[in-house]
Structures are given as structure tokens and as C-alpha cells.
Design a protein around this ligand. Structure first.
Ligand SMILES: *Cc1c(COP(=O)(O)O)cnc(C)c1O
Length: 369
């Protein structure tokens, strides 16, 4: 039995007609840049998230960068962020001319607020909590802490679109939230795309101009922005897919619950650490990530059995070559470094079958037998 880590084809098959109709409407209209699909998608996303306004942009990476720019984060500023995240979280900070301050994480893979508190200096301007693997970070405590210090909160919600609970949606609780529609994300487009959710409509208006080279009206520029728009074709596809997202996220939670019960009853129950689903945060399981001893030989064993898996992320950001020599770089962030050697993400997507999941767990049992 083959178990891919992700199977986008299964999802496309279930919505093929809706998607192809939306795409063909865009071609018939020949309206490729902004226009009604982007406007409507922004409106629908703002309703979905409960955000004041949303701005479609070219990728999750650009969403982070533009969110920082319109909050005036730049040279001389420091930005606190977890060292255990996708590279773009830090890349955006550096592209703005600001300095990333790498913070350790906790056992739920979220930024350790105590460590952030210790590393904060008077130059700190913003903080970027990352809802890693789809788990909503506990935003109330973080926002209260950030308010005390006058820090802007930019959520990196690239992996957690659709995670929401009574207090608010992932991406719509901070000052701004950056979302990615990279095809493998929970809401994936047909290429690159992203979104910024805002609590302040004026900041959203600035972002809308910033993604068009800072234009206020045609050929009149208020500031130097970027070309960072969401394509109309992407917006058309995303509008279709967003209507299915709650169902897909529910199915991901069901897959995660099934892994949990399979592992709990397995011979490896004692030492395979499964994800927590702590109070105070909804989980949309972008990844189902376990922690295991002897991870790398296990990966080889799974590959030989055609079971897909991945490591997110093998090298924490404070250990990346490009940041060597950064002033104040932490010499050690012990939890990040330990977890980087132990984490393993297993196949998860809404259409994954019970038999496939049982096979994944059996293969892991075999390895440790
Ligand atoms: C995917 C991702 C991004 C970047 O999104 P792109 O659309 O690929 O630019 C940023 N942060 C995290 C945590 C991500 O997973």
C-alpha cells in the first residue's frame, strides 16, 4: 500500500467542476489583475475570519513582509519570533531591514513567552507568533504581554487558516495576520498566493496601496511599495475552495484523532510523542507531527515501504548559515534544537483512508519491534 504524505489530486477530483468553471470564467472575462474575484475573495475571507479587512497578496512570505512594512517595522527595529518555523518568518524581517530575535519554543512547538520576555530589548518593535502545524497559539496572553511592551503583533497564520474558536480566528487576533495559500497549505491555491488580515482598516488600505508600488491613484506614489498582488485566477480558485475548508479541517481533525487512538493502542505508545491539543487553541492539523527516537533510520524504513513523511524543520533558524554573525544571535535554544532532531510529520489530508493510517502506524511498530 502506498501512502503519500499529501495527495492533492484526491481533493481536486472532488471539486473539479466547480474549480474549472471558476477558472474558465476568469479566462472569459480576461480580468487577470485584481478585479471582482480578488475583491470578493477579500470580503469573504474577512467574514470567514471575523477580521475588519483582508488584503490579497502574492504569497505568504509577501504577506509577512507587507504586514511588517505597513506597521513601520524597519531598520533599527527588532522583531521577536520563534526559531522553529519556516524560513519566511525571519526572511520577511530581514528584508524590511529589521533584526530577527530568535526565541525558543515550548513542547507544543509554539513560541515560549518566558524566553521571548527575556530576549526583548528596548529596540523590540514587533512580535511574530507562529501557529505551527495548525495549532492556534494562545493569543490572549501573548497580546496582553505585547500590549504591555508596546509591540505590534503580526500572526504567522500560514499553517492555521480556518483555526477558530469563540475568542477569534487564527490570523485575526493580532494587529495583522499573514496567511499563505501555497498549494500544500490547508487552503491551497493553484500556485502562490497569500492574504493579510487586519484589525485596523487604515492599515489595510495602506497594504492595498503598498502591494501596487504604493500607488494612491494611477501613477501617483505615496511610498515605495512592491508588486505583491494576489492573481485573479488564484482568487477564483480560493473562493471555491474556501467554501469547503471547514469540512476539510474537520476531516483533518478526525484523521488526527484516529492516529491518536491507533498510537495509544500500539506497541510504541510509550515513547512516540503525539501532538497535544491544548486548551486555548484550536488545531487544524496542517501537519500531524510526532516525536520519536532514532528518527532518521525510521524515515528510511518508511520510505522503503512507500509511506511519505517530512521533517519540519530540521535546522532551527538561529543555526542557519545566513544568520551566522548576526549580533546577539543565541548560542543555544535547547528546546528548538532537541525537537529539530526528533520531529516527524506523518501523512495527513482530508481524504486519507483508515487503512492507510493503520498501515502507517504498523510500519512504525515494525521499525521499533
Ligand atoms: C508556508 C509558510 C510561509 C510562507 O508562505 P509562502 O506562501 O510559501 O510564501 C510562512 N510561514 C510559515 C510558517 C509557512 O508555513
Amino acid at each position: 500500500m502506498k501512502v503519500p504524505q499529501l495527495d492533492l489530486r484526491a481533493q481536486f477530483d472532488s471539486i473539479r467542476e466547480e474549480v474549472m468553471e471558476a477558472v474558465s470564467e476568469v479566462f472569459e472575462s480576461q480580468y487577470f489583475i485584481l478585479g471582482p474575484n480578488v475583491q470578493n475573495f477579500e470580503k469573504e475571507a474577512a467574514e470567514f475570519l471575523g477580521a475588519a479587512d483582508c488584503v490579497g497578496v502574492s504569497s505568504g512570505s509577501d504577506a509577512l513582509r507587507i504586514a511588517l512594512a505597513v506597521h513601520d517595522v524597519g531598520p533599527g527595529d527588532e522583531v521577536l519570533l520563534p526559531s522553529f518555523t519556516f524560513f519566511a518568518t525571519a526572511g520577511a524581517v530581514v528584508h524590511q531591514g529589521a533584526k530577527p530575535v530568535f526565541v525558543d519554543i515550548d513542547e507544543d512547538y509554539l513560541m515560549d513567552l518566558g524566553d521571548a520576555w527575556r530576549r526583548r530589548s528596548s529596540k523590540a518593535k514587533a512580535v511574530i507568533p507562529v501557529h505551527l502545524y495548525g495549532l492556534q497559539a494562545p493569543m490572549e496572553s501573548l497580546i496582553a504581554w505585547a500590549r504591555d511592551w508596546g509591540l505590534t503583533v503580526i500572526e504567522d497564520a500560514a499553517q492555521s487558516f480556518g483555526a477558530r474558536r469563540a475568542e477569534g480566528a487564527s490570523g485575526a487576533m493580532g494587529d495583522a495576520g499573514a496567511v499563505s495559500f501555497f498549494p500544500s497549505k490547508n487552503l491551497g491555491g493553484a500556485g502562490d498566493g497569500g492574504l493579510i488580515a487586519f484589525r485596523d482598516p487604515e492599515k489595510a488600505a495602506r497594504a492595498r496601496s503598498y502591494r501596487m508600488h504604493g500607488e494612491s491613484r494611477r501613477y501617483h506614489h505615496e511610498e515605495v511599495g512592491v508588486n505583491g498582488r494576489l492573481d485573479a485566477l488564484q482568487a477564483a480558485v480560493l473562493r471555491v475552495k474556501m467554501r469547503h475548508l471547514d469540512k476539510w479541517n474537520l476531516q483533518r481533525r478526525e484523521v488526527a484523532a484516529r492516529y491518536e487512538s491507533l498510537f495509544a493502542a500500539s506497541s510504541v505508545a510509550e515513547f512516540v510523542k503525539r501532538p497535544n491539543h491544548p486548551e486555548g487553541g484550536e488545531h487544524v492539523f496542517h501537519q500531524y507531527t510526532i516525536r520519536v527516537p532514532r528518527r532518521d533510520p525510521l524515515i528510511t524504513h518508511l520510505q522503503e515501504r512507500e509511506v511519505g513523511c517530512g521533517v519540519y524543520y530540521p535546522v532551527p533558524l538561529h543555526k542557519q548559515n545566513c544568520f551566522a554573525g548576526l549580533p546577539g544571535l543565541p548560542t543555544s535554544l535547547p528546546v528548538c534544537e532537541k525537537l529539530a532532531e526528533e520531529v516527524l510529520s506523518l501523512p495527513i489530508y482530508p481524504e486519507l483512508s483508515d487503512d492507510q493510517q493503520s498501515f502507517v502506524v504498523e510500519c512504525i511498530e515494525d521499525f521499533y519491534a
